[in-house]
Design a protein around this ligand. Sequence first.
Ligand SMILES: Cc1cc2nc3c(=O)[nH]c(=O)nc-3n(C[C@H](O)[C@H](O)[C@H](O)COP(=O)(O)OP(=O)(O)OC[C@H]3O[C@@H](n4cnc5c(N)ncnc54)[C@H](O)[C@@H]3O)c2cc1C
Ligand SMILES: NC(=O)c1ccc[n+]([C@@H]2O[C@H](COP(=O)([O-])OP(=O)(O)OC[C@H]3O[C@@H](n4cnc5c(N)ncnc54)[C@H](O)[C@@H]3O)[C@@H](O)[C@H]2O)c1
Length: 468
Amino acid sequence: MTTIAIMGGGPAGYEAALVAVQYGADVTLIELDGVGGACVLTDCVPSKAFIASAAGRTAVLGARDLGLTVDADRVSVDVPTVNGRVNGLALAQSTDIRSQLETQGITVVQGRAAFADRTTGLARHVVHVEPVDGDPFDLDCDFVVVATGASPRVLPTARPDGDRILTWRQVYSLTELPEHLIVVGSGVTGAEFASAFTEMGVRVTLVSSRDRVLPSEDADAAAVIEKVFSEHGGELARQSRASSVERDGDGVVVTLTDGRQIRGSHALMTVGAVPNTADIGLDRVGVDVNDQGFITVDRVSRTSAANVYAAGDCTGVLMLASVAAMQGRIAMWHALGEGVPPLALNTVSANVFTHPEIATVGNSQADAEEDPSGLQVLKLPLATNARAKMHGLEEGFVKLVIRPTTGLITGGVVVAPDASELILPIAMAVQNRLTVRNLAYTFSVYPSLSGSLTELARRLMFVTSGQL
Ligand SMILES: Cc1cc2nc3c(=O)[nH]c(=O)nc-3n(C[C@H](O)[C@H](O)[C@H](O)COP(=O)(O)OP(=O)(O)OC[C@H]3O[C@@H](n4cnc5c(N)ncnc54)[C@H](O)[C@@H]3O)c2cc1C
Ligand SMILES: NC(=O)c1ccc[n+]([C@@H]2O[C@H](COP(=O)([O-])OP(=O)(O)OC[C@H]3O[C@@H](n4cnc5c(N)ncnc54)[C@H](O)[C@@H]3O)[C@@H](O)[C@H]2O)c1
């Protein structure tokens, strides 16, 4: 029987385990904290549950625009209840995944795993396991999957104390809302928390090292987020790189590289993530890492060492739960002899859970600007959509990227409250090589926000080159 050890029980690890066991392998999954990994326990799942509470407050207050009487002073956030719900939901999800794994026959060990090979270059590997309760033991394996994830990056001059200077994993132990939260770092994590805390009525300053929020996202989408953020009272400190964050009595002071200082009650550090690859014995097996410590993998998740695969955030390929899970599955399909298509990043859909949300898939407007003869972009604001008017939506848009010569849809952006749900038709089109004509001829419900997608496709039929 093929013996497989999986280090780490996040989406990369547990999805790899579920595939391996289907092929009759003897699978042991070793997870330090809890099954589901950081994704379920501290990162993706809790943050989205927290954001759901923030969005609930916005929805209640927004009901005034729909003719309902709401006493704004009586809409308050019960922080211990919100965080209790968040933490309880994460634990429940972890328990569900663990029981699914065990029902399928996967051995789950809570503990730390590391390579213990005595010689580099062998095809079989030894994984040393130190369970949290029980004696250490070694596993002799045909294949190993490294899926150890990543951790918040800590600046030496801004050490989190869990009280006033927080990582994103420490937000859920707050017992009351910050008076003035300074969010340092305006990537996806920073933007999501800045948006959620403003929705909860907190004064937020977002420190961005660039001249805009979400530097890697669609510029039009980021502009909408900035506008809504400032309407909710948020302040954006542009071109501002934090050089240190220190306690100052009951508050914090963030010092910027140009000497300016921003004072607040709390600081939330969202300055990126570092891979958990330092102390797992990768050098004993000859697994290459890049200069930031991320494991180098190919598109079927192979590392530089024979029969060692790696998946998820520890590879830094695209730090999304969906990509981690797919890398884990691909690793096991490949190892166990299944013909598998390599990972294709041009079809990945992703969502930023700000208010409103930003969902993207495939080619971006930046791609189109680099290739103006090959790609064309059209944007349609939602403001004229009947359903948007009914719900009082004034912001947001849909955008499609197409190949004008063929009409193929190669990418898109949706900015809307439920963009994460609305992106699927575009993702289907990109994945299945559909054209604007295919989308234009599709019935959408009237009235619906998705009606703007079919309308945009109809408009695009007239900017394509006549071959449709
Ligand atoms: C705030 C935040 C919100 C996010 N929201 C989203 C989202 O909405 N959608 C999305 O797609 N992605 C989201 N992400 C990204 C997503 O959480 C990650 O891409 C995902 O967790 C990666 O999964 P993974 O399996 O690689 O690692 P993880 O989920 O980090 O799991 C790795 C596990 O390995 C364990 N481990 C580490 N070392 C060892 C060892 N030596 N032995 C045993 N176990 C070990 C760790 O304890 C950890 O539990 C978010 C990230 C953050 C920070
Ligand atoms: N909804 C989602 O899918 C979701 C949510 C959160 C995170 N993620 C993923 O997790 C990964 C990490 O995202 P992230 O936002 O945590 O990290 P990131 O590395 O993407 O962004 C960190 C930001 O902090 C800035 N920064 C660094 N040092 C700074 C300093 N001293 N002062 C001010 N700014 C500074 C960087 O310039 C960067 O813009 C991403 O790949 C992201 O896609 C996904």
